[in-house]
Design a protein around this ligand. Structure first.
Ligand SMILES: [Mg+2]
Length: 386
């Protein structure tokens, strides 16, 4: 066993986005809190990625916690719980975090950083540590393009065209009531049989079945989150009448939710987002529940900077993650990144699963300094805040 966690550093970062993540009018700055966890055995990296959306179309969606709320959860609850602790196994990590009832969006940064540290200690990549079977010598996961709503169809088609040359393995477009079937028709007409899916972000209800019947004829890979997150019965009724798999994102954040969704047949695919479930422990649990029900998963994103997305790459190496990921190169969304190396496609449409122990990524310290807005360092028995 490596020595106990001796130092934890939190760094609040802001890096401009190239375009709004979901719809025009959102914040143009992406914020995250980088968490580094240090022991004699090494230095682990994790990220709390803050949502860029001020509100979504679903009426029952709570506003996501802001940077101060996440920062305070980390400093007041998580850092004191982890500082001084030792762990040498997944089970020990799970015990350490199972007693903490904190927001998943705060937990994820420190939990994934501890996993990175554990991987280094065990000389295993995080994918290997989780039991992914990596048969090829150069294993990769598939990168899927995610697009929000654009003011016009012409703009949407132009953006897809620009990005398709980068090799993305799938296109996902957002839809909303009144802007749905026509959008998908236009994309199909222009780009033919590309792998295509839609994300409805919970904006529809049982009254909209005809919209989904029309979408069902357009050979989509999946219809993501058609109904409000709590409307599992509506989602199940829809899945009964369409052949296209219904994908669950906002409906699938906890064990209880996923069990209920699988039980009633609310969907045939489940999104795993480390940021929304609170790290690898909860994500592995959901992955296993889905695997046992033969419901495939895919890895979603906020999107995160390179460190956050690199954790998603390891998760996507698991056997039941059978759809292309929502993960992509950092340059897709951000003007810059603080990860070293920056996250890029290894070959068109593919992100390499790092083989080095742990996460397999490091920090570009000059960029961390350039984009940081506050930093705090905590050591065992005393803390230095800067
Ligand atoms: Mg979604």
């Amino acid at each position: 066993m490596a020595g106990p966690v001796e130092r934890i550093t939190l760094t609040h970062l802001q890096i401009p986005l190239k375009e709004p993540h979901q719809s025009p009018g959102e914040t143009a700055i992406k914020e995250a809190i980088l968490v580094t966890v240090e022991s004699q055995g090494g230095l682990g990296l994790g990220e709390c990625s803050l949502s860029t959306a001020s509100s979504g179309p679903s009426q029952d969606r709570k506003p996501p916690p802001g940077p101060d709320a996440i920062w305070n959860e980390l400093t007041d609850r998580l850092v004191p719980a982890v500082l001084g602790q030792s762990f040498d196994s997944i089970e020990a990590l799970q015990v350490l975090f199972s007693n903490l009832t904190v927001a998943p969006s705060a937990r994820v940064g420190i939990e994934t950083a501890c996993w990175d540290l554990l991987g280094q200690l065990r000389h295993a990549s995080l994918a290997e540590l989780m039991g992914a079977s990596l048969k090829e010598s150069n294993p990769c996961v598939e990168s899927g393009l995610c697009l929000g709503l654009y003011p016009t169809v012409v703009e949407l088609l132009k953006v897809i065209e620009t990005h398709l040359v980068e090799g993305f393995r799938r296109v996902k477009i957002d839809i909303e009531p009144g802007r749905d079937v026509e959008l998908v028709h236009a994309v199909r007409q222009h780009f033919g049989e590309i792998p295509l899916m839609v994300d409805a972000r919970g904006a529809y209800s049982s009254a909209d079945i005809e919209v989904f019947r029309a979408l069902d004829d357009l050979d989509l890979l999946m219809i993501e989150q058609p109904m409000a997150p709590a409307d599992l019965a509506g989602s199940a009724a829809l899945q009964e009448v369409i052949a296209t798999p219904v994908g669950l994102d906002e409906s699938a954040r906890t064990r209880t939710q996923v069990e209920a969704a699988l039980r009633c047949g609310a969907g045939r695919a489940v999104c795993l987002k480390l940021q929304c479930v609170g790290g690898y422990g909860p994500a592995l649990e959901l992955h296993e529940l889905c695997r046992r029900s033969d419901v495939p998963c895919w890895v979603g994103t906020m999107p995160e900077f390179g460190i956050g997305q690199a954790h998603g790459i390891h998760l996507a190496a698991l056997g039941n993650c059978r759809y292309p990921t929502d993960l992509g190169p950092s340059a897709r969304w951000f003007v810059d990144d603080y990860a070293a190396p920056s996250l890029e496609m290894a070959s068109p449409g593919h992100l390499r699963i790092p083989s080095r122990p742990g996460l397999g990524f490091q920090l570009n310290h000059a960029k961390v300094r350039r984009y940081q807005v506050r930093q705090a360092e905590f050591k065992e028995r005393n803390s230095v805040v800067g």
